[in-house]
Structure formats: C-alpha cells, structure tokens
Ligand binder design. Structure first.
Ligand code: SF4
Length: 412
C-alpha cells in the first residue's frame, strides 16, 4: 500500500509541487511542531497550525453552517493577512489552513498566498471558483493544496448545500485541479444523508481513480442558526466511521486525515491541546471555528504569537475543554462554554449576534470521545507520525477548570 501511494505521488503529481509539500509542509511543519513542544515546556501556547477564515461570504447555503454567509461581506484585507502570516512564520510556523465562507471569493486570495513561497496553504473550498486559470495559478505558485468539499450524491449535495447543480460545479473544480496536477484533497462532513454513500470503500476507489491524493472525513456538527441536529451521526455511526478510517488507512493508496484521535485511538480536541486555533474574517482570535467568541484580535500592535500566548481567554478555554471531556466541549457541554464566555465577557463574533443564545439552546450530545471503545491506528506510518506530531501533548494530564464547579458531563 505504501509503495502504491509513493508511486501515485511520483507519477500523478507535479514533482515541483511534491517537493514544496515535502519541504514547506513536511519538514518545516515537523519543525514547527517541535518548536510548539518546546514552547509548551515553558507553559506558552502558540499553535503551529493556524486556521484563517479570510472571508464570511459564500455562494452556497449549507445546512448547519455557522458562518453568516449572507451578511455584509467581511474579509481579512491583504495587508493584515500578510502581517499575520509573516508574524506566524517568524514564530516558526509554515502551514496555514485557509477557510471561509468560500475563500476563493476573496479577491486577493492568491495574491496574498503568493507573498509566502516559503509557507504551505490548504484551502478549504467548495471548488466552484476553481477554473482552469485558477488551478494553473495555484500550480505556478506551488504552495497550495485545495481541499474540496463533496457532500454526497447530486440530490444530497443540493439539499445539504442549498443550491442546484452543486455537485457538478464542485466536480468541475476537482477536475481542473487534477488536470493541472495539483495535490488535491476531497473532504466530507459526514452526516445522516451521506454516510451510506460516502463512508464506502468504493468512494475511496473512485477518488483514487480520479487522482485525488487525500481525503478528510469531518463529522457533522449541528451549529449556527440552521443547526439541523437530525443530521448528526449516532454513536454507532461515529464508531463505524472511525473503524472505516483506520481500516482504509492501512489498505488504500490515499491519505486520510482526521483531527480528533491520537495514534492509540484516544479522542482529543485540537483546540484543547493548543495545536490549532482559528481567526475569523473580522480578525477575532477564536479557540476553533465553531467557538465563535473572542477577546483578542489580530489587529493588535503585538505579533500574533504574543497575543495568543498572553490570552487568558484562550488559556481558560483550553483548561475548561480539557477538564470537561477528551471530545468536543461544544457538543458535550455547551453550557460550560457559555459560562466561560460570560466569565471573560468574550465578544460574540457572529454577525447575527446570537451565539450565546444558540449555545444555551443546544442539546448536549456525544462527540468523538468514546472511552473503552478506542480503535488504535493499524497503519504503522500513521501511528508513528501521530506519536511525534499529533497527540494530546499532555493537555489532559492536569487540567484545572477555570469555572467554580463544573457539573458531571451529561451526554445524550
Ligand atoms: S471544540 Fe470541538 S469543534 Fe472545536 S476543535 Fe475542539 S473538538 Fe473540534
């Protein structure tokens, strides 16, 4: 399997792009995690992986989207984005996740990324704006991997994403990327309506046949004003998905990303471990994209690493999340998150200004944490890589809740 994967990369992708990935993301990314670990020893948290929502606007209207995509357009402007990335690079970072809204609706997106040939960017996109010219430009730049979301069959995609012909427009974007030999990924937010179609070996075979190099199965999270909680996976489905990912990683020549388990299969929250935090289009610094509260902003005179290291809100979020669950605090204990936001008087980062009310209205439910049912990695490569570069980094050893008396977790 490893040989088949290596052969695919060597034969199907542009060699220059493979080199950029290996150097900018592989080597420099590994070094940035080492620097992160050294900072942790000093009690300083600055994530090696920043996720930046560069724009709130989007051409689609997905179920369960927490971004105010129809509100007045807000972007991180070119100069603020440049400064942010430069400051993060100065602190040792080299990888950035670019999120939205739909990032390709940001008029200066590729211009901004072209200023950082020494960094690597993963763009989360619906693919609709990736024309042949855009794909050619990404190939020329060499420091970008598009991660294109596919949410199911034609019918399911239209229903999930609130528009018509969504899948065909998305697949055109995927084809343009593949035609230009980009290292292309496809991701899915797995939910009730696409589980049976996409959590399937034959779907992975189709992606491999098309030339897609990696995939990422997120789990649907019922957030925002149109939360659609009926789409959530059951505990059995979450377990089945985890088992599927572990099996396929050891079998198929396609990389499969997940962000919620260590090599032994123990759950973790990337925001609780501090390996990743999020910046919204207004510049607000949030623990993660669905925790839409912030005390600090990138529009600060201090560099981004100092702002994050000195943030009491982020510190308390990590402690609260880690002391509550190894899973997702938003899903399992929205009440505690609300208390934390009140304690810090953290600003609601939504345009709709209903984030606090939404938290209070949420029903607590299970998340990725499934104690006693952990499924360790079967693939030695994933297991080894996670041991060094993706684990809980000791976050769950001695967390102290900043709240007076958090109640015993209640999951439905
Ligand atoms: S709080 Fe939940 S959604 Fe946010 S990073 Fe943690 S597990 Fe993921």
């Amino acid at each position: 399997m490893y040989l088949r994967m290596a052969k695919r990369v060597l034969l199907e992708a542009d060699k220059r792009l493979v080199w950029k990935l290996a150097y900018n993301f592989g080597l420099k990314g590994a070094l940035s995690v080492q620097r992160f670990k050294r900072r942790l020893k000093r009690g300083e948290y600055f994530p090696p992986f920043l996720y930046i929502s560069v724009i709130n606007s989007c051409n689609l209207r997905c179920q369960g989207c927490w971004v105010d995509v129809a509100a007045k357009q807000q972007t991180i402007d070119l100069e603020s984005l440049t400064r942010l990335i430069n400051d993060a690079k100065a602190a040792g970072n080299s990888f950035f996740g670019i999120v939205g809204g739909e990032p390709f609706m940001h008029k200066d997106l590729l211009k901004a990324l072209s200023r950082h040939p020494d960094a690597y960017f993963q763009i989360f996109t619906n693919g609709h704006f990736i024309t042949d010219e855009v794909a050619k430009e990404m190939r020329r730049l060499g420091n970008i991997t598009p991660l294109i979301s596919v949410e199911g069959t034609e019918i399911v995609s239209d229903e999930r994403r609130g528009r018509q012909h969504v899948l065909s427009d998305t697949m055109r974007g995927v084809e343009n990327c593949l035609k230009n030999h980009l290292l292309t990924g496809v991701c899915t937010s797995v939910c009730q309506t696409n589980f049976d179609d996409l959590v399937q070996e034959k779907w992975l075979d189709r992606l491999i046949e098309m030339g897609v190099f990696y995939t990422w199965f997120h789990v649907y999270r019922p957030m925002g004003p149109d939360a659609n909680p009926e789409l959530c996976l059951t505990r059995e489905q979450q377990l089945k998905l985890r088992r599927f990912v572990v099996e396929m990683r050891a079998k198929k020549p396609i990389a499969i990303i997940d962000a919620y388990y260590d090599g032994e299969g123990k759950a973790l929250c990337p925001a609780a471990t501090g390996i990743s935090h999020h910046i919204n289009p207004w510049g607000g610094i949030e623990p993660c994209p669905i925790v839409q509260f912030a005390k600090e902003t990138i529009h600060d005179t201090r560099p981004i690493d100092r702002v994050m290291i000195e943030s009491k809100f982020l510190h308390d979020f990590r402690q609260l999340a880690a002391s509550s669950t190894r899973g997702c605090i938003v899903l399992e204990r929205p009440d505690l998150l609300h208390e934390l936001a009140v304690l810090h008087d953290a600003g609601d980062q939504t345009a709709r200004k209903t984030a606090a009310a939404e938290l209070l209205a949420m029903t607590a439910r299970t998340s990725q944490d499934m104690p006693t049912q952990e499924i360790p990695e079967k693939s030695l490569v994933y297991r080894f890589a996670k041991r060094f570069f993706f684990n809980d980094f000791g976050a769950y050893d001695h967390p102290v809740s900043p709240l007076k008396a958090p109640a015993v977790p209640q999951k439905t």
